[in-house]
Design a protein around this ligand. Structure first.
Ligand code: BGC
Length: 779
């Protein structure tokens, strides 16, 4: 009921907001007409960034106004006092509000909630829950005096090694777009803004400021832009953040085709576009492209724009338009409305929401002989460093300064389990020592030179054997962390380290010899290799990086208090080499052309050609019959579900198709099921994936024996592919198969319908085409 009310409130809210956007624009235009030239430049170039001892690229900001309204926020815009326009504050994102938790000469603290990371939220497949998270996250944004949260992150997880995959949602654009829309709706419900990022094709960190992503028009439209299109149309984010990379030869922040033709003209985006921090090279081209705000803003950019206006290479009308869109944004902000923020969001209540979301997005990967939920195990031996130092979220700008993270062992203890004290002291001493040797660095130092996580502690076999004798069950946590700036690698990261393999081997052998079970918890923001070791253990729970309530949420699932209902929104391959993108990740480097660039780092021109085309993730695995370790959409429950009565509203498509299916809880405990609707399109003019996700839903908590009818509405655009030759979305004529299932491989019910005549759904502009021919993968 509370969800229902929330959705209704939200429906009422949306149209009002878009009207407000329009009237703000008119008012903004008038205000800009009263501005001096310098004031307009002030607006389009942010106030800069404090970088400690480091020199700010583009020159040190020389500002007469304060940048310190909210310490730790990523950026601020200039105030124009004579027109009553205040400074506005933007802060990261996306796993929670990233601000400094402590301030000089101030006894108060400013901690924010570390929410479960994007990957986990997407694994809930629960748009209502994600919207609740967004509402609470947005409340912290507002109550800490921030105007825009720099998130959600919604790039496609093209390859498992992408360092920022934890900030993103999925390998699939529909899941990405729907979850992002729920998040944006939730956050903006508070009257604060979001910045959906990074627009677009920022799927890797290697050479992120120089890499040219070479992508076909079709893959762009269907895979990389589609999620952004959905979020723009369904949630109206206040702002969009362009990405660092080039796309088919042009920096995205300098691409008129991307930021104006596609984003604004085709999709109807009415908000403001900002750069990623220090993104792009040419401030004037950015203005012309419709990249309104340059962040964090440098003196060099001010100069470039001023010179271009003076020498008439930039029309002042362009600048006026950029400035107008920024003013329109400012007029919506809490800062402009003089909102008296409390600096006291209800963190306790938010922790409750974070815990619920976390438990609902964990994915039960394996559960042999009903190992879980833990029935009679009371004494638990917890192995693995990460059991004692659980990872709440990833690193870089997607990190959050939370007050605490509940470790796995704390969570187990809170739930009434006894955790082996001897192991606890061995691991705690080891980690204490490691931390003492690796003192916490500043954010920027950490960014440039990240601290590696402690290598897995090697225990004596005798210690393991003694725990097998005295404990009821073993839990081993495998932890991974990654983030902005540096992609992951295969050895000792995607693959387990030798020490981790040894730990799994030895613990399993010792515990199994005593007839006791072994559970592995994966505490990672992205995908790891599982096929080589999973047969040695009884159960595997993918906890992702679950935010500050981590251990409590894991214990909720292990104990059965929460029946796991998360499913993978990303494929787990058997081995990294199975991944089709592996041969084009992270692409080619042109080392001979390297220059010293951003923050003294080497800038190597690079390119990454998307030879896999639309065959990203399960679109590849399913079409080319490559068996993954765990497929897209997979996840177990403590109960099981039956699918019945798949019905279509008709046998031929007439503008839309309504699909219903009954799902029944056929087991003995209550649970929720994620229901996925895939479509196989007829063979026609284009090569098409074996199946594509077209809709999904999640049941309510169904009691044993209880059923629910889920309804999905399919419109022509969902059936269409992007036909490059016609520059249009076209649904071809023929027979389509609807496949409803529990995963992309566990299809439970099928039905078919026909499209009598080809449907031209939408004609687009011929833009963003690659300059070279891509040798794209075909069936
Ligand atoms: C990241 C963005 C972030 C910005 C501000 C950049 O390095 O790529 O995601 O919002 O910094 O912190």
């Amino acid at each position: 009921m509370k969800y229902l009310l929330h959705s209704v409130a939200f429906l009422l809210f949306l149209p009002v907001f878009s009207k407000a956007q329009e009237s703000n624009y008119t008012k903004a235009k008038e205000l800009v007409s009263k501005m001096s030239f310098d004031e307009k430049i002030d607006l389009v170039v942010g106030m800069g960034m404090k970088m400690g001892a480091m020199e700010m690229p583009g020159g040190a900001p020389n500002v007469g106004q304060t940048m310190d309204k909210v310490p730790g926020a990523a950026g601020t815009t200039f105030a124009i006092p004579k027109l009553g326009l205040p400074t506005t504050v933007v802060a990261d994102g996306p796993a929670g509000l990233r601000i400094e938790p402590k301030r000089a000469n101030d006894a108060n603290t400013y901690y924010a909630t570390a929410w479960p990371v994007g990957t986990l939220l997407a694994s809930t497949w629960d748009v209502k829950l994600v919207e609740q998270v967004g509402k609470a996250m947005g409340n912290e944004v507002k109550e800490y005096g921030v105007d825009v949260l720099l998130g959600p992150g919604m790039n496609i997880m093209r390859n498992p090694l992408g360092a920022r995959n934890f900030e993103y949602y999925s390998e699939d654009p529909l899941v990405t777009g729907k979850i992002a829309a729920a998040m944006v709706n939730g956050i903006q419900w508070n009257g604060v803004g979001t910045s959906v990022k990074h627009f677009a094709v920022n799927n890797q960190e290697t050479n992120r400021m120089t890499v040219d992503a070479i992508v076909s028009e079709r893959a762009l439209r269907e895979i990389y832009l589609r999620g952004f299109e959905l979020v723009v149309k369904e949630a109206k984010p206040w702002t969009v953040m362009s990405s660092y990379n080039l796309l088919n030869g042009t920096y995205t922040s300098q691409s008129y085709d991307l930021l104006t033709t596609v984003l604004r003209k085709e999709w109807g985006f009415k908000g403001m576009v900002m750069t990623d921090w220090f993104g792009g090279k040419d401030a004037v081209a950015q203005m012309k492209a419709g990249n309104d705000l340059l962040m964090p803003g440098t003196p060099a950019q001010r100069k470039a724009i001023t010179d271009a206006i003076n020498n008439k290479t930039l029309d002042v009308k362009v600048l006026d338009e950029n400035a107008t869109r920024i003013v329109a944004y400012i007029l919506s902000t809490p800062a402009f409305k003089n909102y008296a923020f409390s600096n006291k969001p209800d963190l306790k209540q938010h922790a409750v929401v974070a815990r619920e979301a976390a438990a609902n997005g964990m994915v039960l990967l394996q559960n042999n002989a009903a190992t879980l939920p833990l029935a009679n195990a009371k004494n638990i031996a917890a192995f693995g460093n990460t059991s004692y130092d659980f990872i709440s979220g990833g690193t870089g700008s997607g990190d959050v300064n939370e007050e605490y993270t509940v470790s796995l062992v704390e969570g187990l203890q809170n739930a009434g389990y006894t955790v082996n004290a001897d192991l606890k002291s061995i691991y705690s001493a080891y980690l204490y020592d490691y931390k003492a040797k690796h003192p916490k660095k500043s954010f920027l130092e950490e960014f440039v030179n990240p601290t590696p996580i402690a290598s897995e502690l090697l225990l004596e076999k005798a210690v393991i054997n003694s725990k097998a004798a005295t404990s009821d069950l073993a839990i081993i946590t495998i932890g991974r962390n990654a983030g902005e700036g540096k992609d992951r690698v295969v050895v000792n990261d995607f693959n387990l380290t030798d020490a981790e393999q040894k730990l799994i081997d030895e613990v399993s052998t010792a515990f199994h010899a005593k007839g006791k079970k072994v559970v592995v918890i994966i505490n990672a923001g992205g995908v790891i290799e599982v096929a080589s070791w999973r047969t040695k253990v009884d159960a595997v729970l993918l906890a992702w990086q679950p935010g500050l309530e981590a251990g409590n949420a894991v214990a909720d699932v292990l104990s059965g208090k929460v029946n796991p209902s998360g499913k993978l929104a990303v494929t787990f391959p058997v081995k990294y080499e199975d991944e089709i993108t592996a041969k084009n990740f992270p692409g080619k480097e042109f080392k001979e052309k390297a220059v010293t660039g951003f923050m003294g780092q080497k800038e190597i021109p690079a390119e990454v050609t998307h030879e896999e085309g639309v065959y990203v993730g399960y679109r590849y695995y399913n079409t080319f019959n490559v068996k993954p370790a765990y497929e897209f959409g997979y996840g177990l429950s403590y109960t099981n579900f039956e699918y019945k009565n798949l019905k279509l509203s008709g046998s031929s498509f007439k503008g839309k198709l309504v699909v219903t299916v009954d799902v029944t809880n056929a087991g003995t405990v209550a649970g929720k099921e994620v229901v996925q609707l895939y479509v196989t399109a007829p063979t026609g003019k284009l090569d098409k994936p074996a199946e594509e996700l077209k809709a999904f839903g999640k049941t309510e908590l169904l009691q044993p024996g209880q059923s629910q009818t889920l309804q999905f509405v399919i419109e022509a655009k969902q059936l269409a592919s992007f036909h490059t030759a016609a520059t249009a979305w076209i649904a071809e004529a023929g027979t389509y198969t609807v496949k409803v299932g529990a995963s992309s491989l566990a299809i439970k019910q099928t039905a078919s319908f026909t499209v009598a005549k080809e449907i031209l759904v939408e004609k687009c502009n011929k833009v963003l085409a690659p300059a070279v021919t891509i040798n794209e993968l075909k069936k």
